[in-house]
Design a protein around this ligand. Structure first.
Ligand code: MLT
Length: 407
């Protein structure tokens, strides 16, 4: 008799964003399809830039010729893209090489799949609040016990609060796999060199591994802030970095990302190169590589004109973030983030839970945000607005908050 993976039954709720979508549809059904302004999920809205469109079109045309046709590629990615990604790391002064770059169909699948190369007994530590995929993927793989009071047994929660500037203290208990996201989703906080160094030192001293999500690194405009964990000395021995084209060039639907698994990376009982070998083996077995067309789009995105256009698009969303943050502060709420990150994180009014505030903002202002509690227990009492949107919609949302929110 077939049985199921019962760890799925431990998952405390449906995945956050479909749940928000369900509530919004319910609201719209009850209000004759009210026109809601969606600042919930961080989904890009601006068209692909001309350099990327040309790169994609050329790749399509090439596939229509005998000489330009290609079938299966390496599951690690096409060499041109691996080299272009490594070149971006080298510009930051980091020692990342093309053979350590694994191209994928996005940071979300990589951040869910990466845990599969580590043993079941690893203790997992997450920032709290955190992107739900880190927690859910480890629950599904059986690394946690049951959920109680919003926390899974066996998981180390590292609170990110106003008091610590939304960057956690080092774990006090044993932690083997440590997820860090900077710029952070959902709080918009960006870790400094010193903060990352403390974690790298901890990881090296304890033979732990940091799983560093840099999907929003392109939004860092402050040159003093690190865009990659490999800017910290020693990080290639203890960190995997996962990143994405989704938010920087609007590939949320196109799908393209990458992970860096350094040759130098080691875990207990392994020698350099072994962990990279495991990830290669995992990808070779489960994945036939990202679409060759999409990878051509990625190469175009990392060309000089592509990078200039990327910067323009990122600046556009950062301006949205500024408008949201100032708008939110204008109505008397306390806001964080939204400066080197596309998310504005705000405190809900006293006595109003994050889901209550979600309902309030939706029903009074027709604006969709994301309740902080959906990202973990320390997200309770907070609410996130995403800066991904057309300018007119962002301005309408801010105006609606200003004129209709009853505080
Ligand atoms: C978010 O809104 O947190 C992200 O867009 C979700 C994702 O990237 O999967």
């Amino acid at each position: 008799m077939a049985t199921i993976n019962t760890s799925y039954q431990k998952l405390a709720a449906g995945y956050l964003f479909p749940e928000i979508g369900r509530r919004v549809r319910e609201f719209q059904n009850a209000r004759a399809n009210a026109d809601v302004l969606r600042l919930g999920i961080g989904d890009t809205t601006e068209p692909l830039t001309s350099t990327i469109v040309k790169g994609l079109q050329d790749a399509v045309a090439g596939l229509g010729t005998t000489d330009g046709y290609s079938g299966y590629g390496d599951s690690e990615g096409i060499p041109a893209l691996r080299e272009a990604i490594a070149a971006q790391y080298q510009k930051l002064g980091t020692p990342v090489h093309a053979d350590e770059v694994f191209v994928s169909d996005g940071a979300k699948p990589d951040s869910a799949n990466i845990q599969s190369i580590f043993g079941p007994d690893n203790v997992v530590a997450v920032q709290d609040p955190a992107y739900p995929v880190y927690v859910d993927s480890n629950v599904i793989s059986g690394r946690t016990g049951e959920a109680a009071n919003g926390c899974y047994e066996g998981l180390v929660y590292m609170p990110c609060t106003e008091d610590n500037g939304f960057f956690p203290e080092l774990p006090k208990q044993k932690a083997d796999l440590i997820y860090i996201c900077s710029p952070n989703n959902p709080t918009g906080a960006v870790a400094t060199h010193a903060q990352l160094k403390a974690f790298v030192d901890y990881a090296r001293a304890n033979q732990a591994i940091i799983l560093f999500d840099s999907a929003y690194a392109a939004f860092i405009t402050d040159p003093s802030l690190p865009r990659s964990i490999y800017e910290i000395e020693g990080a290639t021995e203890c960190a995997i970095e996962i990143s994405s084209f989704s938010k920087s060039v609007g590939f949320t639907g196109v799908r393209l990302g990458w992970s860096i698994v350094p040759n130098a990376l080691v875990a207990e009982g392994t020698s350099p190169g072994e962990i990279k070998g495991l990830w290669t083996r995992r990808q070779n077995t489960f994945f036939n590589g990202a679409s060759n067309l999409v990878q051509a789009g990625g190469v175009a995105a990392l060309s000089d004109p592509g990078l200039a256009e990327m910067q323009e698009q990122v600046s556009f969303y950062l301006e949205n973030a500024r408008i949201i943050r100032e708008g939110v502060e204008g109505v008397g709420l306390t806001a964080f983030g939204g400066v080197n990150a596309p998310y504005v994180w705000m405190r809900t009014p006293p006595g109003v839970s994050s889901w209550e505030f979600f309902d309030k903002v939706l029903s009074e202002c027709y604006v969709v945000g994301t309740p902080g509690a959906g990202f973990g227990p320390s997200g309770e009492g907070y609410f996130r607005l995403s800066a991904f949107g057309h300018r007119a919609n962002i301005e309408r949302a801010v105006e609606s908050l200003r004129t209709r929110l009853k505080l």
